[in-house]
Design a protein around this ligand. Structure first.
Ligand code: GLC
Ligand code: CA
Length: 547
């Protein structure tokens, strides 16, 4: 199947963490009407689709990634009619709407689990994964990489254990059960009938577990059993089954699968047969390369980063396609992660240039377009994210690591870095709400905010708009090949090429001036410094040439 003309190849998807985007009714929580209020802003930015983090009914233990009813909207976010209106209003502006499908697990408050956990005879019992209690021995040695603890929790009521790859509030669904799979299809159709354009399938590569749930070899895996629950053969079968069910009635629906831990071969198995499994996948090799277990950190290594990025880039061609992103609701802010906060403007623009001119469907995470940075909380009690707290408690209370050391890591990797309120202006609470937000705002909102940037032609925001319109204009940035260039160890550089032209991107990933001749790559078309000296690259400078 030729993918050269598919809409999503050109598309820029904008990820919205709904709870923190814009609060329309001043209760401190971002909501659906808040997104509607900001659609003109998004249209102005030039994006083609929005992806909303989960807005379904949920006790919100993991920011909505614990759904208790897939057919209802969490009241805090609004109502079903608000969503209907969002879809209509977005479509009027040619913006597609992508929802989350969180179907590896439900919330433990979902009525299926409530029923299943009370009785072995429940019709929903087999929707989940159970093991009978034998002398209180854990059914196997799998550990949750999220909590650092067993994936099993014991329940008195039926004297048995249930499996949860994430927290105990997120019991895994049993995809072996065909009725469960039918329920998932029903949910998907319900939302497609409402007019949504596709789904991000949350941790979809984990839905099938190795038959028999065998112990992992602890001498190799230390309890982390990903080899037994990621990318199993049946996973492909199940996704294909859903796809086959919906393809004729909803040919335009797209599936973006979250597939951590995939290698090239595996990733493309998901997408090669277009419309049979996934359209796009999210892989995290480049975002997680400096992350160890439980939020420990390794040193960022540019060479390694380049090797990973270009390995994936080189694998794409007209048939094989993927997404590219540097930020998300699960990652630290990209300007802080890969850049340097002392040079946040330069870093943000440099990273945006590198990203938006690479090959692939683009995903921008909200707030990155104004250069939002990691938050500077002073205490663990300022954090709200369950993963942050689980990491902290496990390392400090159980592993007895030094508090300050752990806190230092937390500050760098916490998902709350990306979950603070969107910074709209310099009024109290960053213009996100009139009421104290559910999570403390980043103190730098007076310096970094949309209002300040919107009319400033040198702002990060307007730079993004410039990049986006260039990307729309230059087919080479969509379909051209990517070729890595090695000029210097501190540079990240590549060419995009087709028969008509070459576009060369050269970025200084360091805070040092580099004296290097870059005068022979053509005419400069964009850059983050007003610098026409082609013998020198300033800190975090990026220059783009066309020839
Ligand atoms: C995905 C989501 C993350 C969530 C997890 C469990 O990784 O992106 O936010 O915590 O799945 O659903
Ligand atoms: Ca609200």
């Amino acid at each position: 199947m030729d993918k050269t003309t598919i809409w999503y190849k050109k598309a820029i998807i904008y990820e919205i963490f709904t709870r923190s985007f814009y609060d329309s009714n001043n209760d401190g929580i971002g909501d659906i009407n808040g997104i509607i209020d900001k659609l003109d802003y998004l249209e102005g930015l030039g994006i083609d689709a929005i992806w909303l983090t989960p807005i379904y009914l949920s006790p919100n233990k993991d920011s909505g990634y614990d759904v208790s009813d897939y057919y209802q909207i969490n009241e805090e976010f609004g109502s079903i009619s608000d969503i209907d209106r969002l879809i209509i209003e977005a479509h009027k502006r040619d913006i597609r709407v992508i929802m989350e499908l969180v179907a590896n697990h439900t919330s433990s408050s979902h009525k299926w689990f409530e029923s299943a956990s009370k009785s072995k005879k429940s019709r929903y019992r087999d929707y989940y994964i159970w093991r009978d209690n034998i002398n209180y021995k854990l059914p196997n040695n799998w550990m949750s990489s999220r909590t650092g603890k067993s994936v099993w929790t014991y329940l008195d009521e039926t004297d048995s254990y249930y499996l949860h790859l994430y927290t105990p509030y997120q019991p895994d669904l049993n995809w072996k059960n065909s009725n469960l799979r039918k329920e998932v299809i029903k949910i998907i159709k319900f939302w497609l009938d409402k007019g949504v354009d596709g789904f991000r399938l949350d941790v979809i590569n984990k839905i099938s577990k190795k038959e028999g749930l065998p112990d992992v070899d602890n001498s190799i895996y230390n309890g982390y059993a990903e080899i037994y629950f990621e990318n199993q053969p049946k996973t492909h079968k199940y996704i294909n089954e859903i796809r086959t069910e919906i393809i004729s009635d909803y040919p335009n629906c797209i599936f973006i699968g979250q597939t951590s831990g995939v290698d090239l071969e595996e990733a493309f198995k998901y997408t090669l047969n277009e419309k049979k499994e996934l359209d796009l996948f999210l892989q995290f090799e480049h975002t997680d390369m400096d992350k160890g277990p439980l939020g420990t950190l390794k040193k960022f290594d540019l060479k390694n980063f380049k090797d990973i990025v270009f390995k994936w880039q080189n694998a794409y061609n007209d048939e094989l396609w993927n997404t590219i992103f540097l930020g998300s609701h699960d990652l630290p802010r990209m300007a802080s992660h890969y850049g340097n906060v002392d040079y946040y403007k330069e870093s943000a623009k440099m990273l945006a240039t590198i990203q938006l001119f690479l090959r692939g469907t683009q995903i921008i995470y909200m707030g990155d377009e104004i250069g939002m940075t990691n938050v500077n909380y002073s205490s663990i009690s300022d954090y709200s994210d369950i993963r942050t707290k689980d990491y902290y408690n496990k390392r400090v209370n159980e592993n007895e690591e030094n508090k300050e050391d752990v806190f230092r890591d937390i500050k760098k990797i916490s998902r709350d870095n990306a979950r603070t309120p969107m910074q709209w202006d310099n009024s109290k609470y960053a213009g996100f709400s009139n009421k104290k937000p559910w999570i403390k705002e980043n103190e730098n909102y007076k310096t970094i905010n949309v209002k300040k940037q919107i009319d400033n032609e040198n702002s990060i925001l307007n730079y993004y708009k410039g990049l986006i319109s260039l990307r729309k204009k230059e087919d080479v940035l969509i379909n051209g090949k990517t070729e890595r260039i090695e000029i210097h160890e501190n540079l990240f550089a590549y060419k995009r090429k087709n028969d008509e032209c070459n576009i060369t991107v050269i970025a200084n990933f360091s805070n040092e001036n580099l004296f290097i001749d870059i005068s022979n790559y053509g005419k400069k078309i964009i850059g983050n410094y007003c610098n026409d000296n082609y013998n020198e690259l300033k800190p975090y400078e990026v220059v783009v040439f066309k020839e």
